[in-house]
Design a protein around this ligand. Sequence first.
Ligand code: GLY
Ligand code: MN
Ligand code: MN
Length: 439
Amino acid sequence: MKKLTQVDFKERRDRLAEEMGPHSIAIIATSPVAIRNRDADYKFRADSSFFYLTGFAEPEAVAVIETYESLDEGYTYSLFCRERNREMEIWNGYRAGIDGAIDDYEADEAYAIDLLDEEIIEKLLNKQKLFYRIGHSSEFDVRVSKWIQQADAQQRRGNESPAQVIQLDRILDEIRLFKTPQEIELMQIASNISAKAHTRAMQAVHVGMMEYALEAELNYVFGQQGCVPAYNSIVGGGANACILHYVENNQELKDGDLVLIDAACEYELYASDITRTFPVNGKFSPEQKALYEIVLNAQLAAIDAVKIGNSYKEPHHVAVRILVEGLLSLGIMQGDIEQIIKTEAYHQFYMHGTGHWLGMDVHDVGAYKQAGEWRPYEEGMVVTIEPGLYIAPDDETVDAKWRGIGIRIEDDVVATANGPLVLTKGVVKSIADIEALMA
Ligand code: GLY
Ligand code: MN
Ligand code: MN
């Protein structure tokens, strides 16, 4: 299956150097290793922006990009990484090392990570701007502050040191927001695998099954493709679906209940994000059907609103109107539709947004507003569309028959010149198709 190559990563570094301009330095660290307990770490996952620029997936690595007097002189890409070490590699696995950083990852210069504090000062000298991702790790922030002081202290020897520290995320996030055709291909692969996992879950579910056992069906499909979940899977039966970030997944699935699954994998560090809601016993009840149809209509209309030039918020406005109309038609809400929308009284049943950017991070980077306005959709932006309705089990303002029903339907959509492109079409969502698949 498709993977990015060093050609792609180099293009990204070229682009960053261009955005930085002359006399600049950028410092980008990967994620720290996170301890799970005692000697056991969480499985390492590279920082998205670091990987975006380097393709380097090992822990303990820092990339440095330096530009000079004119961009015509090119730039230097240095990679600080772990040195090769026979004993450590026997215990913990292969390392690219200094030679690998140059030969396989196309660094112009490579250094042992242990030399970072020493080597970086020389690199900071005579640069005017430092681009740094401020605020991701207080420990690394402190180190960078010390380096700035040490570089400043060299001024009396006739050196200059950076006069500006610039939030690198603002630049990188804007670049990452627009996906190339290669990135869309990777997201399509992630979406296809996730769609398969949801399809398997619909076919495997049965009354009395535990939520975690259903989660295992999803993980089986992810694992078979060498993928991991892009976020903690939500498998909520019955009223658990009304808990938006329910991840305990430890209850029994009951006859007559719906189950909401919000789960998807990442492929080559590109995420997908899918939610489906379906009946544990394979047949929607009349109440479940009525609410589901409303959410589905809202979702389909919201997807249609992912049009180039439309405001980022348009799908939300479209979805909210259809949801409120539906709640009024069922008598779950009463009153004037305009008033309900204006006062956001619908938050009682729909309390989250209709989507978010999607990319290497499931809640991907990128500004949602520009100059105080919701930005318009442009080619290559990827967004989730995920309206829902949640009737709390203890909500005495509504007829008892509706209580404890939670429904969300979520797909991943690319804004293209030819209209919205749905990446997650591979798993059914109409009532008829779900019931047919589960029969
Ligand atoms: N799965 C996280 C979300 O839907 O935002
Ligand atoms: Mn989402
Ligand atoms: Mn989701």
